[in-house]
Ligand binder design. Structure first.
Ligand SMILES: [Fe+2]
Length: 223
């Protein structure tokens, strides 16, 4: 065999090995995402108020996810304070999918500060950057460790947060604040400013948007 033939044979073998490793990883990822979407469907469908806000989509299709990791992923994966009972399956499935997720940096180019960027976590399950796409509803997980404030922000999309574990105080402009635990829901109208604070507990929430997908959240300058 000539050196050139040898090179091509080796090159082809290496490529095949790499491709099969990639396919194996992708299969593992899909199993994790499938587990997560089934947990989401079960919790969502059993939650009457949430289903009233937006039924679980019936047009889901898979899409590829490019993992992108940021500091809050480490915090979530090491978190032990997200007490939950009925929502524990979905909570744990969001943690299990964390290593494969595209973690979001929604407020990267704002003056929100390093502490928030290093501790506030969010990734998409359904919608842009998520493992599934839908024209009916987008879904995210939001995680905040204890002692963090998510400042007032707004977006055209109507939104519902359902707490999966831990506790947080939810603020909606023009309404009384409410402290929510597992199963508690906070619904935000189109462009209604809202904020959230954790005190001695962390929080995880399942967040859905039912419209307004093309415009992201913005910090609210003047209330
Ligand atoms: Fe929001």
């Amino acid at each position: 065999m000539s050196p050139l033939e040898q090179f091509f044979r080796q090159f082809t073998q290496d490529s095949l090995i790499e491709a099969s490793k990639g396919a194996e990883m992708a299969t593992q990822d899909r199993a994790v995402w499938q587990q997560l979407i089934e947990q989401a469907r079960a919790m969502h469908s059993a939650h009457e108020q949430l289903t009233g806000f937006c039924p679980f989509p019936d047009d889901l299709r898979e899409q590829d996810v490019v993992p992108y990791r940021i500091a809050p992923a480490d915090l979530l994966e090491g978190e032990s304070g997200l007490f939950a009972s009925g929502s524990a399956g979905l909570r744990d499935a969001f943690v299990a999918a964390s290593p494969f997720a595209t973690w979001r940096e929604t407020y990267k180019d704002t003056d929100i500060g390093d502490d928030f960027m290093n501790r506030f976590g969010c990734y998409s399950l359904i919608g842009e950057g998520g493992a599934f796409q839908s024209a009916q509803m987008w879904a995210y997980v939001v995680y905040m460790p204890e002692g963090l404030h998510y400042p007032w922000h707004h977006h055209p999309g109507e939104e519902a947060y359902v707490v999966l574990g831990g506790e947080a105080e939810f603020f909606r402009h023009g309404e009384e604040p409410q402290v929510l635990r597992e199963g508690g829901i906070s619904v935000h109208g189109s462009n209604q400013p809202h904020a959230m604070t954790t005190k001695e507990h962390p929080v995880m929430a399942y967040v859905v948007w039912r419209n307004g997908f093309d415009v992201g959240p913005q910090l609210t300058e003047n209330l």
